[in-house]
Write a protein that binds this ligand. Structure first.
Ligand code: AGP
Length: 574
C-alpha cells in the first residue's frame, strides 16, 4: 500500500514521477504529492484524491529532481496535511514513505520541540532524520536504527540529494534513459529499463548525476548485482470501460496462455520438492487465499494432505512446521506483506517454499526457491478476477502433474479451454438481486470456496454487506437471518453433494428466502445453468457469473469497480 517514486537526471523528473505515480495508483488513491527542487528551493505540492488532481497542480513544472507518493491512509485521515511528502521542522528535507512506523508515538514524545502538521507516522520519521548528524544518508541510516516497523522511504533535501532506505516494504532502482528512477514496483520500470536493482531489507542507497550507490546498515558501501527485467506477457488486449470488465473478459485468453506455458511440464519438473515429500501447505490472503483453498482440495483429491492458511493468521499462529512439506505462497502481486512475512519466516527455518505469483520480478519470487508463474498479464482492478482463475488453474495443473496424470488429461483441458464459457448474468437477475436487503452465498466443498470468493467480490466493489456460508452450516445459526428480505445465491457443481444442497435450498425457501441457483444440474429452482465440464474445473467456470454480478451491481450503484474505497491492490502493510 502506498506507492513511492523518485527520479533524478537530465530530464523532467516531475513528469517521470507523476507518470510513475499514475502506474502506482493501484497501491492507494487517497491522496498524492510531489516534492522537487525549483530555483534552489525545496517545493511540495499535494492534493487529496486521485493522481489526476495532482496532475492539474503540477502542470508546467520542470525540475530534474523529484520524489512523489500516492497514499493509502494508515495513520491520519484523508487530508492534504496528511498527504505525503512530509517535511522536516526546518523545511530542509522531504520524505515519502511506504510502511508503518510502529513506535511513532514514543518517537513523537521524544521530539517534543517539533510543531506537527499532520497525524502521520511519516512526519515523525522525517523529523527524526532531520535531528541526526551528518549528510542526508548518514542521517537516514542513524534514524532508521530507532524505527520499529516497515519502511521504504525516499528523502530529498534542499540541495537536491536523494537517498533511500528499506525494511520490509519494496523498493527498486534502475538506470533509465538520461537518469535514475526508484519505485515501489517494477511495473513502472518495465518500459523504461532493461535491468534494475532490488534494495534488500536494511539496505540504503543514494542516487545522483553520477549513478546509484548502495550501502549497508552501517553506511558501508556495497556492490549489488543488477537483475534482468522480466515483462508481463501482453494479455491486456481487451479495452472495456473499466479494467475489471476487461480483465474478466480476458479470462479465457489468459487461461489458454497459462496452459501454453505449462503444457510441456517443464515449469513443474524444475520444482525442488522436499526429499521426503509428505504434504502441501498453502498460505495467502484474500482472493488468493480462496484459490489456495481450491488448491488444497485438488491436492487432497490426489492423496496429498493439504491445508490452506490465511497469511496474517499463520504468521502469528502456532502451526507446526513440517520439513517434508512444500509451502506454497499464492499471491497475484507477490508483494503482500503478510504473505511475504510468512515466506521469509519459513525460509529462515529451511522449509521448502514455492511462490505462485502473477508478477515477474516480485519480492515473493525472490524469497522462494521455487516459482510457478500465472500468465494472467497485468491485473489492474483492485478486485482480482482473471488472476484468481489462473491461480486455481495452475494449482489444478500442478495436482495433475504430481499425480502423474498431466499428459492423459491434456485433451480434456484443451476441450475445456476451447469451450470456456464466460457466463454473464442478465440485467433482470441483477435488478432482482439488488432489491434484497440481505445477500448470502452458499455451497458445499469446492462450491463453498466459490461462494466465499463471490461474496468477497460483491462486498469489495459494491459495499453491500453479504457473506458466504457452507450450506450445511445454515441451520446451525445463520438460518435465523433468512426471511423475505433475503436472497441466497447457491452454487452447485458437484454431483455428490447436489441433493444435500438442494435440501438446504428448500430450507431457505421454507423461511420465505429467495434463491438463485448457479449450477450445471437441472432443478426446479430459479437457475443460471452452467455447462458441464470435469468437476475439478467447474470452479473456474462458476466464479465468472459471480464476478459479473458484483461488477454489474457496482455499475448500477454508480461506483468505480477499479478503485473501491478503503482498498488498494497491493497490501504492503500488515
Ligand atoms: C482481491 O479481489 C482482493 N483485492 C484481495 O483480497 C487480494 O486478493 C489480497 O489482498 C491478496 O493479494 P495478492 O494476491 O496480491 O497477494
Amino acid at each position: 500500500m502506498c506507492g513511492i517514486c523518485a527520479c533524478i537526471g537530465n530530464l523532467n523528473a516531475v513528469k517521470y514521477v507523476l507518470d510513475g505515480l499514475k502506474i502506482l495508483e493501484y497501491r492507494g488513491y487517497d491522496s498524492a504529492g510531489i516534492s522537487y527542487i525549483e530555483n534552489k528551493e525545496l517545493k511540495t505540492i499535494k492534493s487529496v484524491g486521485e493522481i489526476c488532481n495532482l496532475e492539474k497542480k503540477v502542470k508546467g513544472i520542470f525540475s530534474n529532481v523529484a520524489i512523489g507518493h500516492t497514499r493509502w491512509a494508515t495513520h491520519g485521515s484523508v487530508t492534504e496535511d496528511n498527504a505525503h511528502p512530509h517535511l522536516s521542522f526546518n523545511k530542509g528535507i522531504a520524505i515519502v514513505h511506504n510502511g508503518i512506523v510502529e513506535n511513532y508515538k514514543d518517537l513523537k514524545d521524544k521530539l517534543n520541540n517539533v510543531k506537527w502538521h499532520s497525524q502521520t507516522d511519516t512526519e515523525v520519521f522525517v523529523n527524526l532524520v532531520a535531528e541526526k548528524e551528518g549528510d542526508l544518508l548518514e542521517k537516514l541510516i542513524n534514524a532508521s536504527k530507532e524505527i520499529s516497523g516497515s519502511f521504504a522511504v525516499a528523502l530529498l533535501d534542499k540541495d537536491g540529494n536523494i537517498v533511500f532506505g528499506k525494511r520490509e516494504s519494496p523498493l527498486y532502482i534502475a538506470h533509465i534513459n538520461n537518469g535514475v528512477m526508484a519505485v515501489s514496483d517494477t511495473y513502472v520500470l518495465c518500459d523504461l529499463a532493461e535491468d534494475f536493482y532490488t534494495l534488500n531489507d536494511n539496505e540504503f542507497a543514494k542516487i545522483n548525476g553520477n549513478g546509484i550507490f548502495f550501502y549497508d546498515k552501517n553506511g558501508k558501501k556495497i556492490i549489488k548485482n543488477k537483475e534482468k527485467m522480466q515483462n508481463f506477457n501482453k494479455n491486456n488486449e481487451i479495452f472495456e470501460k473499466t479494467h475489471m470488465k476487461s480483465e474478466i473478459l480476458e479470462t479465457k485468453k489468459v487461461l489458454i496462455e497459462t496452459f501454453k506455458n505449462y503444457k510441456n511440464e517443464l515449469l513443474f519438473s524444475s520444482i525442488k520438492l522436499p526429499k521426503k515429500f509428505e504434504e502441501i501447505e498453502l498460505i495467502a490472503c484474500g482472493t488468493a487465499y480462496h484459490s489456495a483453498l481450491q488448491g488444497a482440495e485438488y491436492f487432497k483429491k490426489i492423496g496429498i494432505p493439504s491445508h490452506a492458511y490465511i497469511a496474517s493468521e499463520f504468521r502469528y499462529g502456532n502451526e507446526i512446521l513440517n520439513k517434508n512439506a512444500l509451502y506454497i505462497f499464492v499471491s497475484q502481486s507477490g508483494e503482500t506483506a503478510d504473505t511475504i512475512a510468512c515466506a521469509k519466516m519459513l525460509k529462515e527455518k529451511n522449509m521448502t517454499c514455492l511462490a505462485l505469483t502473477n508478477t515477474p520480478n516480485s519480492y515473493l519470487n525472490k524469497i522462494c526457491e521455487n516459482v510457478l508463474p500465472t500468465f494472467a498479464g497485468k491485473e489492474i482492478a483492485v478486485a482480482s478476477t482473471k488472476a484468481y482463475s489462473c491461480q486455481v488453474f495452475v494449482l489444478y495443473l500442478f495436482s495433475l502433474y504430481l499425480s502423474g496424470k498431466f499428459k492423459e488429461s491434456e485433451k480434456e483441458i484443451l476441450d475445456f479451454l476451447k469451450n470456456f464459457p464466460l457466463l454473464d448474468i442478465n440485467n433482470g437477475l441483477v435488478d432482482k438481486i439488488s432489491n434484497f436487503e440481505k445477500i448470502f452465498f452458499i455451497g458445499r466443498g469446492q462450491d463453498y470456496i466459490t461462494a466465499l470468493e463471490g461474496s468477497l467480490k460483491l462486498k469489495e466493489i459494491t459495499y453491500i454487506n453479504s457473506f458466504a456460508i457452507a450450506s450445511g452450516e445454515l441451520k446451525h445459526g445463520t438460518l435465523a437471518l433468512i426471511d423475505k428480505k433475503s436472497i441466497v445465491i447457491a452454487i452447485c457443481t458437484e454431483e455428490k453433494i447436489k441433493e444435500k444442497l438442494f435440501s438446504n435450498i428448500e430450507e431457505v425457501k421454507a423461511r420465505e428466502g429467495s434463491v438463485l441457483l448457479i449450477s450445471n444440474f437441472p432443478s426446479s429452482f430459479e437457475s443460471l445453468i452452467l455447462p458441464t465440464f470435469p468437476t475439478a474445473l467447474m470452479p473456474i467456470i462458476s466464479i465468472i457469473p459471480l464476478q459479473f454480478l458484483a461488477l454489474h451491481m457496482c455499475e448500477k450503484l454508480g461506483y468505480n469497480p477499479d478503485k473501491p474505497k478503503n482498498l488498494a491492490k497491493s497490501v504492503t502493510v500488515e
